[in-house]
Design a protein around this ligand. Structure first.
Ligand code: HBI
Length: 115
């Protein structure tokens, strides 16, 4: 049985493959809208670090992201110690950045504390 096609989170009216690796132009355009993120040295991946008042706030942030990651079927690589969270995004299935990473990064930015 053919798997249901995945929802696209950004392409209004057009069906675009959310798992396709970004082209150089798409990557540049996407990163221009994610100024708090940076490329990981030696990887086609993006990363951002966060600091919270305490562990409770940090883990609450991680919980929101975990629920969205499950909904999107797209999961972060992350590290947490006490009030610090470091998140790296890449699409393992294509070995680099896809539109899913950009969509999840935008969601994470919306959940992040406004310093
Ligand atoms: N998360 N970051 C990331 N990259 C993937 O390729 C990926 C995922 N979560 C689930 C997922 N792929 C599934 O579609 C299976 O391919 C594991």
């Amino acid at each position: 049985m053919k798997a249901p096609s995945r929802p696209t989170f950004w392409a209004k009216g057009k069906r675009r493959n959310s798992m396709a690796k970004l082209t150089d132009d798409e990557r540049a355009e996407a990163l221009a809208g994610l100024p708090d993120w940076r490329m990981v040295e030696g990887r086609d991946a993006i990363t951002r670090a966060f600091r919270f008042p305490d562990f409770n706030a940090a883990f609450g942030f991680m919980t929101r992201i975990a629920l969205m990651a499950e909904k999107m079927d797209h999961h972060p690589e992350w590290f947490n110690v006490y009030n610090r969270v470091e998140i790296t995004l890449a699409t393992h299935d294509v070995g680099g950045l896809s539109r899913r990473d950009i969509e999840l990064a935008r969601f994470i930015d919306r959940c992040a504390p406004k310093n």
